[in-house]
Design a protein around this ligand. Structure first.
Ligand code: AMP
Ligand code: GLY
Length: 425
């Protein structure tokens, strides 16, 4: 089969890496891809939002299946565009992708179907929102309704911070139209976990759970990023809680989408908080996570293409989906200044050494220059160590990070520390 993967980050490198292992794949393309993906697939310089050009390319190359990575094209209807041209595409259509594209849609859905989430109110008028906000007790969470590159959420510790966030979204429009409507919601306390599931309508097949680290610095300090590292499994979270999340949250959400006439096909990503009252929804994403994918797919023993094809055929419930018992830890190596502005084109050394040491190195933002890898994004590489348990996987990941360098490189030193602390404490 000829396959086209849409996207060009670490998640897409992991997807391409996993698909490349399938015997049924004849030719793999990735648009736009990156320098790491180019080692496994033919990269085509078409942007993820250039639907007409992508559809034309897919027709030209007789693409049998498109796999969409990022959220923006899903929210804008890329799957609908391919389907209209008769090309099968794995991912939710525009109506189903709204579960990520509009936090207000998502929150109302959960309220309607009694699915556990933080208490909330929604607003489209600044004065009303401000008056409500001032009656709340911090910490309190202010969220822009629409997509905002992972930055539209403020967990405010003080009322000043909350008011500033609200003003930024609704008056200064720092996230453009995404902030014309907002959600103000209760602060949830607990451990976070991400559960990604293959979904086709009512059929839900959860993947192994993972935990992300959003803030840029150790100890969860500093501004939020797209994600600085992940690990799986979560030995410190009771398997009964994971089961409860699947039965009480993820399956009912898939069913609710069917009832709403928006059946979801693709990967549904539940961002959950394990509170003292059980798991609750923080967010849903309509796609695989980045960098969750970089630790989850290495544990997949079954053929990813077979699973996707089963979902496309409405046979997901019958698909064989097996996971390894190992652990995986991903550490993101970021550019100087990230998540703020950062330089590009800085030479990277040592990727080959890290790979020779057994690590998987997924490229997030790299390019080729004069035959060598250079930086080309804020998140540059995801270095994945694997082992029998978190401790071993983590040691291997950090050893491999020590073999890679580029000027200004920074990374968190405490990825998966929460799992180890829980185990040792
Ligand atoms: P999101 O962009 O929706 O993933 O939110 C970014 C981060 O903000 C999440 O990963 C959580 O750590 C935090 N967060 C979002 N909503 C809440 C909430 N209601 N309570 C506590 N933390 C939250
Ligand atoms: N790692 C969080 C996300 O992909 O949204």
């Amino acid at each position: 089969m000829n396959i086209l993967v849409i996207g060009g980050g670490g998640r897409e490198h992991a997807i391409v890496w996993s698909l490349a292992k399938s015997s049924r794949v004849q030719k793999l393309y990735c648009a736009p891809g990156n320098a790491g993906i180019a080692q496994l697939a033919e990269c085509v310089p078409i942007g993820v939002m250039a639907f007409d050009e992508l559809v034309r390319f897919a027709k030209d190359k007789a693409i049998d299946l498109v796999v969409v990575g990022p959220d923006d094209p899903l929210a804008a209807g890329i799957v609908d565009a391919f389907e209209a041209a008769g090309i099968p595409a794995f991912g939710p259509n525009k109506a189903a992708a709204e579960i990520e594209g509009s936090k207000i849609f998502m929150k109302h859905l959960l309220r309607k179907y009694d699915i556990p989430t933080a208490r909330y109110e929604t607003f489209d008028d600044y004065e009303t929102a401000l008056a409500y906000l001032r009656k709340q007790q911090p910490p309190i969470v202010v969220k822009a309704d629409g997509l905002a590159a992972g930055k539209g959420v403020t967990v405010a510790r003080t009322m000043e911070e909350a008011e500033e966030a609200l003003r930024g979204m609704m008056i200064d429009r720092v996230f453009g139209a995404s902030g014309t409507r907002v959600v103000i919601e209760e602060y949830l306390e607990g451990q976070e976990m991400s559960i990604l599931s293959f979904v086709d309508g009512m059929a839900v097949r959860p993947m192994v759970p993972a935990q992300d680290h959003k803030p840029v610095f150790d100890g969860d300090r500093g501004p939020n990023t797209g994600g600085m590292g992940t690990y799986t499994p979560l030995p410190h979270i009771d398997p009964a809680v994971i089961e409860e999340a699947i039965e009480r949250i993820i399956k009912p959400t898939a069913a609710a989408m069917v009832k709403e006439g928006r059946p979801f096909r693709g990967v549904l990503f539940a961002g959950l908080m394990v509170t003292k009252d059980g798991p609750k929804v923080i967010e849903f994403n309509a796609r695989m996570g980045d960098p969750e994918t970089q630790v989850v797919l290495p544990r997949l023993r079954s053929d990813l293409l077979d699973i996707i094809l089963a979902a496309m055929d409405g046979k997901l419930d019958q698909a064989a989906i097996e996971w390894s018992d190992d652990a995986a830890v991903c550490v993101i190596l970021a550019s100087e200044g990230y998540p703020g502005s950062y330089p590009k084109g800085i030479p990277i050394e040592g990727i080959d050494k890290a790979e020779a040491a057994g690590a998987l190195v997924f490229h997030a933002g790299t390019a080729l220059k004069d035959g060598g890898f250079v930086t080309n994004g804020g998140r540059v590489l995801g270095v994945v160590g694997r082992g029998r348990d978190i401790e071993e996987a983590r040691n291997r990941a950090y050893e491999a990070c020590g073999l890679i360098r580029f000027e200004g490189m920074h990374y968190r030193k405490d990825i998966a520390a929460k799992a180890l602390a829980a185990k040792n404490g």
